[in-house]
Design a protein around this ligand. Structure first.
Ligand SMILES: [Zn+2]
Length: 324
């Protein structure tokens, strides 16, 4: 295939993909948590499958960051609202408590992630295969004791402590109110490939959380019900698409690396370096955020297209050698 045709097809592919970019909602149903006043009672009943991750009533009447499904934009209900450059929705419930408050596993399971993670300070994820759920505990303390990934836990096992305001995702300059960000999602961590804001670490996401498998935590806990076969996976369309995104991510990355190798071998084809690098960046963007970065995709497509046209005008189309 000539390099021009390669460029044209790649840019077309990127532009097409950008055309099927997701439409983001303006609002999502927002729900206040329930049953928090009975947290101790629920925790002490070992016959129940779930419990709240904190002992004693974790509720603070002042909403902090918002409850499940709430938008990041300030409303009269949100006392201490947080500004993002774009609209996002909260995929969890925040329980405001002092630093050092012990955090417990909400159900039997196995820790699938325990580590530093951006704005979470320290983050722990627990898979609960018996219910086909995983739970997410954010803003934990990196400096205090916590369990490692791979550890099997039982409902009520101590897993970590809440972090101080300068280590829980906040800093000395911008302290973060000490609180637990607690999320529950249908499916297992492995069902959500890669990282990224709307994937397995999504705390605030651009889609309605319930549309991509997040459940209202206090509703699951007070419901105490495990459907036969576990909680159903979220909209299969999304999962299929995530697979597609990973496929495109690998295609772009392999394609970009091949172009760079080609450029190196030909020695003179420096122009190959530009689209090669752009395609690698596209691969990384896809792997991180999938189709969510709508504005990045047309830009990448146009850049590749311009590079191809420029190359076409400058010299006759060379044939790429078959051997690599
Ligand atoms: Zn939160």
């Amino acid at each position: 295939m000539s390099s021009l045709r390669l460029w044209m097809s790649l840019s077309l592919l990127v532009l097409l993909l950008s055309a099927c970019n997701t439409q983001f909602p303006e609002t999502c149903p927002s729900r206040t948590p329930i049953g928090l006043a009975n947290a101790n009672e629920i925790a002490s009943d070992d016959s129940l499958p779930f419990r709240f991750p904190l002992n004693e009533s974790p509720i603070d009447e002042n909403l902090y960051y918002g409850w499940f499904g709430v938008s990041n934009e300030c409303t009269p209900d949100i006392v201490d609202c947080y500004e993002f450059p774009e609209r996002k929705f909260h995929a969890a419930e925040d329980y405001k408590r002092p630093a050092g408050t012990p955090v417990y596993a909400m159900a039997d399971g196995i820790i699938s992630y325990s580590g530093r993670a951006g704005g979470y300070g320290w983050l722990i994820l627990i898979d609960h295969p018996q219910a086909n759920l995983y739970s997410l505990y954010g803003h934990l303390s990196p400096s205090r004791w916590k369990l490692k990934a791979g550890t099997e836990v039982e409902r009520g096992d101590l897993i970590a402590y809440l972090g101080d305001s300068d280590e829980n995702g906040g800093s000395k300059e911008q302290p973060l109110v000490t609180h637990l960000h607690f999320g529950i999602r249908a499916g297992q961590t492995a069902d959500y490939p890669a990282r990224g804001e709307w994937r397995y670490m999504g705390g605030w996401i651009k889609l309605c959380p319930q549309d991509v498998g997040w459940l209202q935590p206090s509703l699951v806990i007070t419901g105490q019900e495990i459907p036969a076969g576990g909680y159903p996976q979220p909209n299969v369309g999304f999962l299929t698409r995530w697979g597609l995104e990973l496929l495109f991510a690998s295609l772009f990355t392999v394609g970009g690396v091949s172009m760079l190798i080609n450029a190196y071998k030909k020695k003179t084809r420096f122009l190959l370096l530009l689209p090669g690098s752009i395609i690698i960046v596209a691969g990384i963007v896809f792997n991180h955020n999938g189709l969510m970065r709508g504005y990045m995709l047309p830009l990448i497509g146009i850049l590749i297209l311009i590079a191809g046209i420029y190359y076409y005008i400058r010299r006759p189309i060379p044939k790429l050698h078959d051997r690599s």
